[in-house]
Design a protein around this ligand. Structure first.
Ligand code: SAM
Length: 218
């Protein structure tokens, strides 16, 4: 598995998805197979999203790399993730943050939040990643403000509570747009209390973000 992981990471590097050594090192460190259901583990080092149950997926590695690079994560930051899944992306971000940083990650489906908590514990990230069960479109005001916020599910608009919980100078990245997988990855930089600079980073395909400031449940 380690060799396959190295091959995948070098591929992502040579294709320009991974640009920095900090993201490269983090993705070399985190065993993606430990964040997948047993029946899919042999596919862990394909650059693809894969099912984790309940109609949800573990994000493709190139997407994890793109978001990590665009977020410009630095050691010691306070970060919020919306959409934990099985916890892989949070583990990669935690590697970059080091032990002075922390990532709070919110998942709305109880069985996924439980599995993520187990996966993060067995791989050694328990103290640096906190999994919260709930509606991530409300953010997590208890630990705000955040240096960085990112979503791994797609919302119709940038949820207002997430903008409010971002530090001035902080950055938020979220897939935005149609429920049916035609979306843009949007970056929002908070310039001042009321000013936000929005940039479109290009087309993506994520599962819907369901919640009060997201899509309604079917
Ligand atoms: N970060 C994950 C990874 O490491 O692969 C990606 C998981 S998947 C692409 C997106 C997740 O977002 C799903 O598990 C889904 O249940 C969750 N989700 C959707 N809407 C949500 C919401 N409002 N709050 C929290 N989680 C949500």
């Amino acid at each position: 598995m380690k060799e396959k992981r190295e091959d995948l990471v070098e591929n992502l590097f040579s294709h320009g998805y991974i640009k920095t050594q900090k993201v490269r090192k983090a993705m070399l460190q985190v065993p993606r197979e430990e964040f997948m259901p047993p029946e899919n583990r042999s596919y862990a080092y394909l650059d693809r999203p894969l099912p984790i149950g309940k109609g949800q997926t573990i994000s493709a590695p190139h997407m994890v790399a793109i978001i990590a690079e665009k977020l410009d994560i630095r050691e010691g930051m306070n970060i919020l993730e919306i959409g934990t899944g099985f916890g892989y992306n949070a583990a990669v971000v935690s590697e970059i943050l080091g032990n002075k940083g922390h990532i709070y990650t919110i998942e709305r489906i109880p069985s996924l939040a439980e599995m993520a908590t187990e996966n993060l514990a067995k791989t050694g990230y328990k103290d640096r990643v906190t999994v919260i069960l709930g509606d991530g479109t409300l953010g997590y005001p208890e630990k705000a403000p955040y240096d960085r916020i990112y979503g791994t599910a797609s919302a119709p608009n940038v949820p207002e509570p997430l903008k409010e919980q971002l530090k001035i100078g902080g950055k938020l990245i979220i897939p935005m747009g149609s429920h049916n997988y035609f979306q843009d990855l949007v970056s929002v930089l908070r310039i001042s209390k009321d000013e936000f600079q929005v940039q479109n980073l290009g087309g993506v395909a994520f599962v819907p973000m369901i919640g009060k400031h997201g899509w309604p449940e079917d």
